[in-house]
Design a protein around this ligand. Structure first.
Ligand code: PLP
Length: 451
């Protein structure tokens, strides 16, 4: 078959271009540019069909936290497929992998976040959240409390509901989103939007936009505020220190549910198990996916607190996915969490790997192209600028510096993501100091070539 036999790269590319529609891509251009066919991976390296080794500084799509090539996960998946490849958790049935995973997540999650509603990934989980919070308030006798506030340039997924929560302009331009009763406030991106304010002043100003929106929309109409503890796909935007305490104060004051979208930040990415712990917030709901299974199987979910679970439990919640709590995905996720815990990967990130990375990352501002360098744990961004003093922007269109830089990385066998004027990384958490050094060799080479 095409999977097991060696097929020349150009034939694979031709078939791909003829039949495969790629997400977030101009599909007509793929055939011309020639996509890279990734065939294997181990640790932090991918291998393509030409035998090139590529350093994956993005951990796939911010997800392969334990790195590639862990046989334990493959063994668990094979065992589970033989024993019980599928069963659902609808209508009074359940199974051991879903039970065990929910219990483990409840143990790891902070506070009274003790209940998990499973989904196939982050988009589905955020769709669940929309219905969960609205059902919650309706059950409490406040059906009009249904507006969800989010942020421009947030990413919460690609389904109609989750992309509506998200604030990506390019996504809102296609396919009839946002859905009604979703409202967006500005993001806390000081470098791009802070003007003359100090980061501290700017953080407060942006947080208080939440309060202004609540007052404008009516506190009896606003159900929830959703945000990523550190915006990922928007360009690794780290809020100033003043931002999150103010957001927490406002949510508490107006009785607004706080949803932390931990799809990227969860499971060690920020140096704690959850990004909420890193930024010091106490959400009522967390969205999880990606690092939950390190991407080895598609699974996500919503973790909700005791109070919400109790209220939702009192009604029939007419919602669920065929693959909610899929046994193979749940078993793989459980094994991934075992590895993260037993190998103390999160502690190691916080105490050793992230500090090592941070020192080198922040030194990137010595490069003429780099204005700001931000990093939290193992997610980081640099802002490219033609003029550091004025925090000027490059034009953001194909052919400009960000795109050139991305192409240079690609040519230098380094996967680094390009978002507007920013270049971002989110490497596997198990990256060693020697691999970090090698990554910086390739980053410097790519930046020099892009200049
Ligand atoms: N939420 C956040 C913060 C994400 O970064 C993503 C994906 O990148 C999603 C939700 C959507 O998750 P999925 O692609 O698994 O549907």
């Amino acid at each position: 078959s095409i999977i097991t036999n060696h097929v020349p790269t150009d034939e694979l590319q031709a078939l791909d271009s003829a039949h495969h529609m790629h997400p977030f891509s101009t599909n007509d251009e793929l055939g011309k540019e020639g996509v890279r066919v990734i065939t294997r991976a181990n640790g932090v390296y991918l291998t393509d069909s030409e035998g090139e080794d590529i350093l994956d500084a993005m951990a796939g799509l911010w997800c392969v936290n334990i790195g590639y090539g862990r046989d334990e996960l493959a063994d668990v998946a094979a065992r589970q497929m033989r024993e019980l490849p599928y069963y659902n958790t609808f209508f009074k049935t359940t199974h051991v992998p879903a039970i065990a995973l929910a219990a483990k997540i409840a143990e790891l999650a902070p506070g009274d976040l003790n209940h998990v509603f499973f989904a196939g990934g982050g988009s589905e989980a955020n769709d669940t959240n929309i219905r969960l919070v609205r059902t919650y308030w309706a059950e409490k006798g406040q059906p009009d409390k249904n507006i969800i506030i989010s942020r421009h340039n947030a990413y919460h997924g690609s389904s109609v509901g989750s992309a509506s929560l998200g604030g990506m302009a390019g996504m809102h331009a296609q396919g009839g989103i946002p859905i009604p009763d979703v409202h967006h406030i500005n993001q806390p991106d000081w470098w791009a939007e802070g003007g003359d304010l100090t980061p501290e002043e700017f953080g407060l100003t942006r947080a208080r936009e939440l309060e202004e929106a609540i007052l404008e929309l009516g506190e009896d109409r606003v159900a929830a505020f959703i945000a990523e503890p550190v915006q990922g796909a928007g360009g690794v935007i780290v809020a100033p220190d003043t931002y999150w305490p103010e957001i927490q104060r406002i949510c508490d004051k107006y009785d607004i549910l706080l949803i932390a979208d931990e799809v990227i930040c969860g499971f060690g990415r920020t140096g704690n198990w959850f990004g909420s712990e890193t930024v010091g917030i106490k959400p009522h709901i967390m969205t999880i996916a990606k690092g939950l299974s390190s991407g080895y199987a598609p699974i996500g979910g919503s973790i909700v607190n005791d109070e919400i679970a109790k209220v939702i439990g009192g009604t029939e919640f007419n919602h669920g996915y065929t693959y909610s709590g899929h046994p193979v995905a749940a078993a793989v996720a459980l094994e991934n969490l075992r590895i993260l815990e037993e190998e103390k990967i999160v502690d190691h990130v916080r105490d050793v790997t992230a500090p090592y990375l941070k020192e080198k990352w922040e030194a990137l501002t010595d490069h003429p192209l780099v204005g700001e360098a931000r990093i939290v744990g193992m997610m980081a961004s640099i802002a490219l600028t033609p003029d550091k003093a004025s925090r000027a922007k490059f034009a953001s269109e194909p052919g400009t510096v960000g795109y050139i830089c991305r192409d240079c990385c690609f040519a230098n066998n380094l996967i680094m993501r390009h978002v507007g004027d920013r270049m971002v990384i989110s490497p596997p958490l198990i990256m060693t100091p020697a691999e970090i050094d090698e990554m910086f060799v390739r980053i410097h080479k790519s930046l020099d070539e892009a200049q």
